[in-house]
Design a protein around this ligand. Structure first.
Ligand SMILES: NC(=O)c1ccc[n+]([C@@H]2O[C@H](COP(=O)([O-])OP(=O)(O)OC[C@H]3O[C@@H](n4cnc5c(N)ncnc54)[C@H](OP(=O)(O)O)[C@@H]3O)[C@@H](O)[C@H]2O)c1
Length: 316
C-alpha cells in the first residue's frame, strides 16, 4: 500500500525496536565494519553493552581510536568484552585482503567470529574515480562490500563444525535499491562492456540539480544481488546455511551520511536537514535493527528486513 512506507517510517522514528536482554552476546565476538560514526558506531555500543567483544574497523587510526574510546565509555564499567580496532578501507582491494589477514591473526579461528555487520558505506554527490577505475560509490558500497563479504564468508564457513549454531553476516541495505531505472540498467547490461562499466562511467553520471546522490540507489541494488549470491554460497551440502546471511534496511537514520549532499548547495543542505528532522530515527534506533538481525534464525537466511520489497521481487 502507498501509505505503508511513510507510516512505518514514522512509527520507526518514534517507537524504537526493543533490544534483547542483557548478556545476550556474552562471550561472543562481533565485527562491525565502518563503526567510526552513525549506525555502525551505535551498533558497536549496543553489542558491547550486551556482552560482546567488539572489533570495529576504520580507515583512519585516529578516528578508530576515538570510536573505541566512545564505545568503552558508552558501554560503561559493566562491559564484559574487549573493544579493538582494525584498519580497513573498502575502496582498496589490498586493504580488504590485508584486513582479512589481520582478522585471522587476532582471532583464534573462524569459529570465534560470531557476527559480522557489513555497514561501511558512502553517499557521493560528485563523480569520483577509485584507484581501481570504478566510480567511488559503486567501489565502496558494492564492490568492496562484496569482496569483503566473500572473504569473510570463505573463512566463517570453516568455523561451522566447531560451533553450536551458525554465525551471522548482516549487510546494511537501503530501501533506495528500489529506485533505479531498471529499463536503463537492462539496456546497459546488453552492451559489450557490461552494466558495471556503464554505471561507473562519467558520461552516465546524471548532471541534474535535484539528483544529489546519483549512484547510491544503484550501488545498493547491485549489492542486493551479490548478497543473494553470498547467501547461496553460505549454504552447506544439505542446504542449511553454514553462516546465516541477511540484510537490513534501517529506514532513514539521522547520521552524517548525507554530508556530501548537504555540501552541494544551501538548497540541498536545507532539504537534507528538513528530511532528517521530520522523518529520521536516531543512530541508536537504527542500530537496534542491526542487532536484532544478528539474532535471526536460519529461516531468515537470504531475507532482507527491509520495510520494502526485496530486489529480486522487483526485477523478476
Ligand atoms: N543513514 C541512513 O538513513 C541509512 C539508511 C539506509 C541504509 N544506510 C546504510 O547504513 C550504513 C551506515 O551509514 P550511516 O548512515 O551510519 O553513515 P555514516 O555515519 O557516514 O557512517 C558510515 C561508516 O562507513 C565508513 N566508511 C566510509 N567509507 C568507507 C570505506 N571506504 N571503507 C571502510 N569504511 C568506510 C565510515 O568510516 P570512516 O570514518 O572511515 O569514514 C563510517 O564509519 C551505510 O551502508 C548506509 O548506506 C543508512
Amino acid at each position: 500500500m502507498l501509505l505503508d512506507a511513510p507510516l512505518q517510517r514514522v512509527v520507526g522514528r518514534f517507537v524504537p525496536v526493543s533490544l534483547p536482554p542483557a548478556g545476550t552476546f556474552d562471550g561472543q565476538t562481533v565485527l562491525v565494519v565502518g563503526a567510526t560514526s552513525g549506525i555502525g558506531l551505535a551498533a558497536a555500543v549496543h553489542f558491547a553493552t550486551l556482552g560482546a567483544s567488539v572489533i570495529i574497523t576504520s580507515r583512519v587510526a585516529s578516528r578508530g581510536d576515538d570510536a573505541k574510546r566512545h564505545i568503552e565509555e558508552a558501554a560503561g564499567p559493566s562491559r564484559k568484552g574487549d573493544i579493538s580496532c582494525l584498519e580497513l578501507d573498502l575502496e582498496r582491494y589490498g586493504s580488504c585482503t590485508s584486513f582479512m589477514a589481520e582478522l585471522k591473526r587476532v582471532l583464534p579461528g573462524p569459529a570465534s567470529l560470531d557476527v559480522a555487520i557489513l555497514n561501511g558505506g558512502i553517499v557521493a554527490s560528485h563523480w569520483e574515480e577509485s584507484d581501481a577505475g570504478w566510480e567511488k560509490t559503486i567501489q565502496i558500497n558494492t564492490i568492496g562490500t562484496t569482496l569483503l563479504g566473500l572473504l569473510l564468508l570463505g573463512w566463517m564457513r570453516e568455523g561451522r563444525d566447531h560451533r553450536k549454531a551458525p554465525a551471522h553476516m548482516t549487510f546494511l541495505s537501503s530501501r533506495e535499491h528500489l529506485y533505479p531505472d531498471l529499463d536503463r540498467l537492462v539496456t546497459w547490461s546488453q552492451r559489450n562492456d557490461g552494466i558495471l562499466r556503464q554505471v561507473c562511467s562519467k558520461e552516465n553520471w546524471p548532471g541534474g540539480f535535484f539528483d544529489a546522490e546519483p549512484n547510491y540507489a544503484v550501488s545498493k541494488l547491485l549489492v542486493m544481488y551479490t548478497i543473494e549470491e553470498i547467501s547461496r554460497l553460505a549454504r552447506g551440502p544439505n542446504g542449511d546455511p553454514l553462516v546465516i546471511v541477511n540484510s537490513v534496511c534501517p529506514g532513514m537514520v539521522y547520521t552524517g551520511i548525507g554530508r556530501n549532499i548537504a555540501s552541494r548547495s544551501w538548497f540541498h543542505s536545507l532539504c537534507v536537514y528538513l528530511t532528517l528532522i521530520i522523518t529520521a530515527k536516531t543512530a541508536d534506533s537504527g542500530a537496534r535493527i542491526c542487532v536484532m538481525a544478528a539474532l535471526k534464525p536460519k529461516e531468515n537466511h537470504v531475507s532482507c528486513d527491509c520495510i520494502y520489497t526485496h530486489a529480486s521481487t522487483v526485477l523478476s
